[in-house]
Design a binder for this molecule. Structure first.
Ligand SMILES: Cc1cc2nc3c(=O)[nH]c(=O)nc-3n(C[C@H](O)[C@H](O)[C@H](O)COP(=O)(O)O)c2cc1C
Length: 188
């Protein structure tokens, strides 16, 4: 059993990416994983200022105090992190990117085995986009970013779930896409 943390980021009430993540989470829970869903859309998570404060303390915490603070313990505890994002301008949305930028503090904290404290995790991605496929929509850029982040950290890429859904709530009516989400969650 693994601790799986889904991080949703769309402002929409009936968000497509969040709906897909919800189905994947249900399947992961059904497989016995301990699943937590958290939403960062409306939180005050400021940009990394590259002040290197976290590189002085090396305690895995950003020196800035905003809504990001609460996530550091959750991120350290989770075995699997799943970023959930709408595709905006051919990449991750800004809120999730800003959230990831603040991981710099975690990447600077070493464990006893010499790995950084994200190095033993699995990291995956759930995307919703308008374009027909991840190449057309630019979702591929978001996927590549997460793959690169995994190789930098020494983490394992947990794969990406992506689906074409544009109008608010559209994913909820797409049974083939929801089935794909279920399969993704069941495989975590
Ligand atoms: C600012 C903005 C930028 C977007 N950029 C893209 C894009 O580059 N490629 C794409 O396929 N869809 C793009 N879309 C469409 C969204 O990805 C799509 O509506 C998706 O369903 C949103 O997911 P959500 O419901 O979880 O917010 C964009 C939408 C907005 C509002």
């Amino acid at each position: 059993m693994a601790k799986v943390l889904f991080i949703t980021s769309s402002w929409r009430k009936n968000s497509n990416s969040s709906r897909l993540a919800g189905r994947a989470a249900e399947a992961a829970r059904g497989n016995g994983h301990e699943v937590t869903m958290t939403d960062i859309a409306r939180l005050n998570i400021g940009p990394c200022r590259a002040c290197m404060g976290c590189r002085k303390t090396r305690n895995g915490r950003c020196v800035l105090k905003d809504d990001m603070t609460q996530f550091y313990p959750m991120l350290e505890e989770a075995d699997v992190l799943i970023f959930v994002s709408p595709v905006y301008w051919f990449n991750l949305c800004g809120q999730i990117k800003q959230f990831i930028d603040r991981f710099y503090a975690l990447a600077g904290k070493e464990l006893a085995d010499g790995k950084n404290c994200l190095g033993n995790k699995k990291i995956g991605l759930v995307l919703a986009h308008e374009g027909d496929d991840p190449y057309d929509s630019g979702g591929i850029n978001a996927i590549r970013s997460i793959q690169d982040i995994c190789s930098y950290l020494g983490a394992t890429f947990a794969g990406a779930l992506y689906g074409c859904a544009n109008d608010e709530g559209e994913a909820a009516n797409n049974s083939a896409l929801l089935e794909k989400a279920k399969e993704y969650g069941a495989a975590l």
